[in-house]
Write a protein that binds this ligand. Structure first.
Ligand SMILES: C[S@@+](CC[C@H](N)C(=O)[O-])C[C@H]1O[C@@H](n2cnc3c(N)ncnc32)[C@H](O)[C@@H]1O
Length: 287
């Protein structure tokens, strides 16, 4: 059992250890791990800086800290990540939802409100934790959500999140390739599919390259393979005036928008920027 120590000392020592392995926001991350291990809120933590840490909590904290020093992502250690102001469960079977994907939810909700689409059938393709589709369903009444993913384990995580976060879980979970196994047509298709070219995987942070599922990161050599294939499925799967919002890596937007123009010549197609003003999604509204 660990010898009792003062909370502030434990925190500062942990921050130094995290910094030494190259973690940028070491003090904040040490705080998150401390709160996770002790169950204290932020306010309680600050009010107990000179208290001794409960030895059992300190053991839990040291285990979590050791995991983080291997560059395992914080979200896989705490098991949660906030997305669209909702707390999602995450495991190493799913990509950790990124803030830039909130753009997909905003764009889909805006269109459904403006077009007064009620009782919408929505597909979240490559759903992972279900973050995008579930956030959408949580903010729009009358949504029937279908999540698809090739990963059975990811769909288990998405189902668990839907059960916790949706008041009336009108959601189904289907394993398979893109839209192939799903019914339709859809009023809305959202997709954050893997788009990193294989050869760029080595350039990514160890948290991503070594811990997030490869099937969630890369579809092959070009990066655009899966998104382009999804676009070929859209003409028969989108209602007139239905919307598809597809996340892209900056630089892929022109190829994706061009393919969408070819497959859906009457559609209204736009490239959407993320909060950092980088092209992040292609929005397609069927004609
Ligand atoms: C980048 S992750 C996105 C997860 C989630 N949508 C999000 O934004 O956090 C891509 C997801 O697509 C899934 N995927 C990969 N290939 C697929 C395919 N051919 N059909 C359906 N899903 C696929 C992966 O398993 C992974 O869960």
């Amino acid at each position: 059992m660990t010898t009792p120590a003062i909370l502030r000392d434990v925190w500062l020592a942990a921050a130094a250890e995290l910094e030494s392995v190259g973690i940028d926001d070491a003090r904040f991350e040490a705080e998150v791990l401390l709160r996770h291990a002790t169950g204290l809120t932020r306010a309680q933590l600050y009010a107990s800086l000179t208290d001794e840490v409960d030895p059992a909590a300190q053991d839990r904290f040291q285990t979590a800290l050791a995991e983080r020093t291997t560059r395992k992502p914080l979200a896989y250690i705490t098991g949660t990540r906030e997305f669209y102001r909702l707390e999602f469960h995450v495991t190493p079977d799913v990509l950790i939802p990124r803030p830039e994907s909130e753009l997909l939810v905003d764009a889909a909700l805006d269109h459904m409100r403006q077009a007064r689409i009620r009782s919408a059938l929505v597909a979240d393709v490559g759903a992972g934790s279900g973050a995008v589709g579930i956030a959408l369903a949580r903010h729009r009444r009358g949504v029937n959500l279908i999540c698809s993913d090739v990963s059975r384990e990811a769909l288990r995580v998405a189902r668990d999140n839907a059960n916790r976060l949706l008041r009336r879980p009108n959601a189904a979970f289907v394993q398979g390739d893109l839209l192939t196994p799903l019914p339709g047509p859809f009023h809305c298709v959202v997709a954050n599919l893997p788009y990193i070219p294989e050869e760029r995987l080595d350039e990514l942070e160890p948290e991503v390259a070594e811990h997030e599922p490869r099937v969630a990161l890369t579809p092959g050599t070009r990066g655009t393979e899966l998104i382009l294939r999804l676009i070929t499925q859209l003409p028969s799967r989108l209602h007139p005036n239905g919307i598809a919002v597809l996340e892209v890596d900056p630089g892929q937007e022109s190829a994706i928008a061009d393919a969408a123009h070819q497959m859906l010549p009457n559609a209204d197609i736009a490239v959407l920027d993320d909060v950092s003003q980088r092209p992040r999604a292609v929005r397609i509204i069927a004609g």
